[in-house]
Design a protein around this ligand. Structure first.
Ligand code: MG
Length: 248
């Protein structure tokens, strides 16, 4: 069942979304050479608290930090730690917060200093895939039209979509029904309805689609260790079209 949120619930999620976006914007500014992912995590924790919210990731199934930081071949769920960023790295920054019982979830991938043109293109295509998916999040469409939009954008650029991790509904929990794969045939699944709130999150790889999870039990990496990018927004479906709750 995909829950339909009331206007009051969506208003709470808007607040969570604004905080998520503020934190991500601050972390984008920090993504410079010699900064450690732990420093980014600490700043995120400080800011989330200052803004009256709490991390939706901390303690989730035992996740030990406040945000996820995924560098280069890391796809998602990288754990902040002592590793420092280097010129030409790319880093996915994923932030989820909860305030007043409601969550929002968003992610970006950014370059550290100068990055290769290949890395730049991967980031741009993944961002465009998210934009296309959001455009498909209208009441005239079905759920898989979102998935199809992502796959189409990735594959027409000869990149591959990660199949093992998916977008999701969101509300009082960070992960609710439905699952939203980043691939699929169009016009399948439930009709999209006003009041559905979804976290749409393309993960796109430069090489093979396959991923592995490292021994830390969290960090997903590409099987061929080539680059991966990840973008995510929490959006509400309305009769007037999609509303991005985590707009940066
Ligand atoms: Mg998510």
């Amino acid at each position: 069942m995909i829950s339909i949120k009331s206007a009051a619930e969506i208003e709470k999620m808007r607040r969570a979304g604004v905080i998520t976006a503020k934190v991500i914007n601050a972390l984008i500014e920090m993504a410079r050479p010699r900064v450690s992912t732990e420093q980014m995590d600490k700043e995120a924790a400080r800011l989330i608290k200052k803004l009256g919210a709490k991390s939706a990731f901390y303690g989730y199934r035992g996740f030990p930090k406040n945000i996820c930081t995924s560098i280069n071949e890391e796809v998602v769920h990288g754990i902040p730690g002592k590793r420092t960023l280097k010129e030409s790295d790319i880093i996915g920054i994923d932030v989820g917060v909860e305030i007043d019982g409601y969550c929002a979830d968003a992610a970006v991938t950014v370059g550290v200093g100068r990055i290769s043109s290949e890395a730049q293109r991967l980031i741009e295509v993944t961002k465009r895939a998210l934009d296309a998916a959001i455009e498909a999040a209208i009441t005239e469409n079905r759920l898989s039209d979102i998935s199809f939009a992502i796959q189409k954008e990735a594959e027409r650029n000869r990149f591959s979509v990660v199949k093992e991790f998916v977008g999701h509904g969101i509300g009082t929990s960070i992960h609710e029904d439905p699952q939203i794969p980043n691939f699929g045939e169009p016009h399948m699944g439930p009709m999209l309805k006003s009041g559905m709130v979804l976290a749409i999150e393309p993960m796109i790889n430069l090489g093979v689609y396959k991923v592995e999870v490292l021994n830390d039990g969290w960090t997903a990496v590409t099987a061929d260790r080539k680059l991966s990018a990840h973008f995510e927004h929490t959006i509400a479906i309305t009769d007037e079209g999609p509303e991005i709750l985590t707009k940066l």
